[in-house]
Design a protein around this ligand. Structure first.
Ligand SMILES: [Zn+2]
Ligand SMILES: [Zn+2]
Length: 146
C-alpha cells in the first residue's frame, strides 16, 4: 500500500465496493509497521468505530490481499499477520516479546535468479531475540550480579 488514495483507486478499478467500514480498516493499515493480525486490527479499529464487526475487518484484509495492497505473513505460529508495506523486505520474529520487525538484508535484495530459476518474490522469516529484549536481558543480568 503506497497511500490510502492509491489503494482506494486500485480497489475501485478491481470492482470492490468501498464502504466506510472498509475505509476505516484501510486507514488503520496505512503506515502501520506493527504487522497486525486480523484480531489486532479489529481491536484497534473498534476503538474508533465500535459498530464494526470482525467479519468486516477480516473480509477487508482478504480483499486488500487479493488486490496486492498488503502482504500476508505466516511468521507467527498460531495466526496470520498483515503488512501494508509491499516493498521487498524480510521479517524478524522475536520469540521473547512476539514483535515482528522489518529487516532489510542488503545482499539478498538484488538476487533475481538462483540455479536458473527466476525469482519474482521472496519472503524470509528470521526467528530469535530482538535487540530490545537482549538489552532488557542484559540489564536483568547486571542487576542480579550486583
Ligand atoms: Zn523482543
Ligand atoms: Zn514488514
Amino acid at each position: 500500500m503506497r497511500s490510502v488514495t492509491d489503494c482506494l483507486n486500485n480497489l475501485k478499478s478491481k470492482g470492490f465496493k468501498l464502504t466506510l467500514q472498509r475505509l476505516a480498516v484501510i486507514e488503520h493499515l496505512e503506515g502501520n509497521q506493527k504487522h497486525p493480525s486480523a484480531a489486532d486490527l479489529y481491536a484497534e479499529v473498534k476503538k474508533k468505530y465500535p459498530m464494526i464487526s470482525f467479519a468486516t475487518v477480516y473480509n477487508t484484509l482478504k480483499i486488500l490481499n487479493e488486490a496486492q495492497e498488503i502482504k500476508q505473513l505466516t511468521i507467527g505460529f498460531d495466526k496470520v499477520n498483515f503488512d501494508p508495506n509491499t516493498k521487498p523486505h524480510d521479517h524478524f520474529f522475536c520469540r521473547e516479546c512476539g514483535r515482528i520487525i522489518d529487516i532489510f538484508p542488503e545482499k539478498r535484495m538484488g538476487v533475481k535468479e538462483i540455479d536458473g530459476h527466476r525469482i519474482n518474490e521472496c519472503q524470509v522469516y528470521y526467528y530469535g531475540i530482538c535487540s530490545e529484549c537482549m538489552k532488557a536481558k542484559k540489564k536483568k543480568k547486571e542487576k542480579t550480579h550486583t
